[in-house]
Design a protein around this ligand. Structure first.
Ligand code: 6PG
Length: 244
């Protein structure tokens, strides 16, 4: 298949992670007199962890003015922040605890407690941060892709996929029956930049399907991510690109 222009293939997952960390630095470097803060929605799961670890190294963290960077989450598992499944836990260990970002700049999705209430709380949090906007305008949204084609916690054939007005909703990983919170598609699609990070042979077949022009968002939620006036890119490694 012809590789779409917005897909970058990296030989290794490490090269992909370096490129993604460089993109984060690039976005953070757009701070200027007019733009005094940068908002990034972070992906969970395993793939982005190396990106976060790199951002915490001297080679990257010194190039970022952390007091003006605001971190959010694309989704969260309904577990406490100390739980090994928590996306916050992963990001805190890899990045937050290692860089001089003010605590108030990190907007954790509350996993513990009532998922619906937590979703509403996070939406309120977003609505005050992006006060006055009809939709949040993240400078960068990092996303992964599950083997079933889900992204964030927007799973195939799920109710959350059809949400058109809420910014954050309760969701569920049907395979594991794990309750979750997730940003909704309109939120993802109003970002200035969306960057998918996909690695590993286990993603190869699904990625080839996802990158075909035919769209079946019900089956492949990643295909429903189409920024209305923003940039969409895919960073994939050679293993995930094997079927392209
Ligand atoms: C999560 C993520 C999810 C993830 C994909 C890929 O909370 O799990 O938000 O959407 O990005 O499942 O996960 P891996 O990177 O672990 O393959």
């Amino acid at each position: 298949m012809e590789i779409p222009a917005n897909v970058s293939i990296f030989e290794t997952a490490e090269q992909l992670a370096v490129a993604a960390a460089e993109r984060f630095v690039e976005v953070a470097a757009t701070l200027d007199a007019d733009r005094d803060r940068i908002s990034v929605a972070l992906a969970g799961g395993k793939t982005p962890k190396r990106v976060y670890e790199l951002l915490a190294t001297d080679a990257f963290k010194k190039r970022i003015h952390w007091p003006q960077v605001y971190l959010f989450f694309g989704d969260e598992r309904a577990v406490p922040p100390t739980h090994p499944d928590s996306n916050y836990h992963m990001v805190d260990e890899a990045l937050i605890s290692k860089v001089p970002i003010p605590a108030r700049n990190v907007h954790r999705m509350i996993g513990e407690g009532d998922v619906k209430e937590n979703a509403q709380d996070y939406e309120n949090n977003l609505r005050s941060f992006f006060a006055g906007l009809p939709w949040p305008r993240f400078d960068l949204v990092l996303l992964g892709m599950g083997e079933d084609g889900h992204t964030a916690s927007l799973f195939p054939h799920s109710e959350a996929l059809h949400e058109e007005s809420r910014w954050v909703v309760a969701a569920k990983n049907e395979q594991t029956n794990q309750p979750r919170l997730t940003l909704t598609l309109p939120v993802l699609n109003h970002a200035a930049q969306v960057l998918f990070l996909v690695t590993g042979t286990e993603k190869a077949q699904r990625l080839a399907q996802a990158l075909r022009p035919s769209v079946d968002a019900e089956l492949l939620p990643v295909q429903a991510v189409k920024p209305v006036d923003g940039k969409l890119e895919w960073f994939v490694d050679g293993a995930a690109a094997a079927c392209l």
